[in-house]
Design a protein around this ligand. Sequence first.
Ligand code: MOS
Length: 723
Amino acid sequence: MTRTFRMDEAQPRLLDDTAQGVIGTPMDRPEGPLKVTGKAAYAADNLPEGLAHGALVRATITRGRIAGIDEDSIADLPGVIAVIRDDRFVRNPAQGMADEAPVQPGDRIDYHGQPIALVVGESYEAARDGALRLKVRYDEDAGAEVDPATASETEDGDPTESGDWDKAVAGATVSVDVTYTTPAQVSAAMEPHAAVAEWKADRLVLRGSQQMLRFNRNEIADSLGIDPEDVQILSPYIGGGFGSKLGIGSEAVSAAIAARELGRPVRVVMTRQTVFDAVLRRTETEQRVRFAADGEGRLLAIGHDDRISNLRDEEFAEPVSSASQFLYGADALLFRQTVARVHRTPAGSVRAPGEAVGMIAFESAMDELAEALEMCPVQLRLKNIPEKHPVTGQDFSARALAECLKTGADRFGWPGRTVPGSRREGDWMIGLGVASAARPNMLVKAAARVRLSAEGAVVETDMTDIGTGTYAIFAQIAAEMLGLPTGKVSVRLGDTDLPGASGSGGSFGASSSGSAVFLAARKIRETLAGKLGCSPEDLTLRDGIARGANHEAALSDLLDGELVEEAEIEEGKTAESHFSSGFGAHFAEVAVNAWTGEVRVRRMLGVFGIGRVLNEKTARSQAVGGMVWGVGSALHEDLVHDPRTGHVVTRDLANYHVAAHADIPADMQVEFLEERDDQANPMQSKGVGELGISGSGAAILNAIHNACGVRIRDLPATPDKLV
Ligand code: MOS
């Protein structure tokens, strides 16, 4: 039976009262040894009997139509089986949580590198050879526009505004009006996109690398024109997603179509270059940030305008000013967005869409304001924390922003910060920087099933673990609730035949799907309490014994074989009256070489309030991973497009530099403040995955300014801009 939860039924103290002490502990990921010894089978590791291999053919023009494909051009190549060309091929991955097929452009080409056909071979090498040699004729359209700065087609979003802008600005003592530009980025997940498709009678079994199976099943069914019931997706292990695997993509759809046509299983693995070409990128941005303040540093006006880009029929628009709308308050607010339509690889969600790029500019501009006011940047931020959400008027639920700033400043030695350019160690100029962190917390519909028997518990849900710790966290939740050691809980994930979960995205996975696990386990507790004749609040489960107020019994005697409960948590019902967000503060110390402009990050500290911490180790890893990406965003990452064709130039991990081990200091500290968010979900936990990247790059840029007095507004901060 499925039981749906509403927030008013919450028993927020239950997790504290069960007192097993399992939740929150730094439990290792149980699948870790499988992954590092090569025993975990990722999508491409599945090699069913009779497997054929597909390689995606990609457009070599920017805009136009396919006039014809000369299949004879590769007919004599040894090992080539077929050329598959189908109007149902998708142009680019679905944007996530879509439930519908992504854009299927027929014979139209909208960007250089777009997947247009699949060559299938007996071996991967044969397929790849065929894909490279296949002759495609095009009707090229000369009207491609690839530069977002000059694109003739633009759309303005509805502005978000309040207060009297002109009046607020006129009354200001100090103001800042600055423009920042950030380059496009890619997710660069370690595991390339891959799919193995196999039809069992009329049912598609797809082994893929996907983040959100409940949606992905519907998306691929819609792409193929079949019933979602006739699709099973299996994604037990995923080598990173960061948004790039939120929606179904061309590797999965083409593999499914080819497998059906050929009557044998087909595997499609993207090369690294194809991943860069054909997977959603993060848009480049141009951002104008305006602040007006009185002489004491009280903000009178906050403005954040951005210009981003995407392909014409893509609805996704990077929410650049997301955090700018609630971090600080002012009399007047103005947020505007323009989307430029370009013929480039489509833009979509990349870790913390919005905050990741928006906060770099916004929090750097805040540093510029502090400088103009001759005020401490920590004090300036503390002074402007609003009482209510400045746009919606909602109350905030647990919000640790001030405490994170104060605690972090204390731990990091912030009072020792000197004026820009004044601290030097030999050839190196040293500086400290700070930035706030914020990322809204979401709750997404999710279901899970828990089975309890004398042997232990089993958790079953189609939730994914993209490297984030889901296997560990769900074992901890079930263990906590059912009085079991975590070794007695097995967790089954990544199979659409199991109850539909939230999927992994938007930092909502562990809390949303974990809440479903919590509720299913709570239902089991209620049943056991009934059998023992006590109220659920009085029940303790420990060491195989169930104790009520007056009775106790061996758990194995209470269980009639197996107890099975399924529960579902409802979408976003919790945040209507309150605004729930993770908050934090980033601190960075950098050294800038006076001769070469080389920047070395010497230490970083992130202090965060994320509600209840579900697993201290996986949460810390998420925070550190985000902070590392902040280093990459500030200093290295730059997805360069050819100005003639829009084709991605930096399309491998040699040319697109993500922060490497040598770029990251050993001293990366993370601290989580003790917090419970009663408005978030029944576990009082919030998302953490994207909070670490939100603002961290700004702390580095601000530290660079403090070190050498140079303000970098055109990212990344490469050495040529610093000397
Ligand atoms: Mo995330 S960018 O929603 O995987």
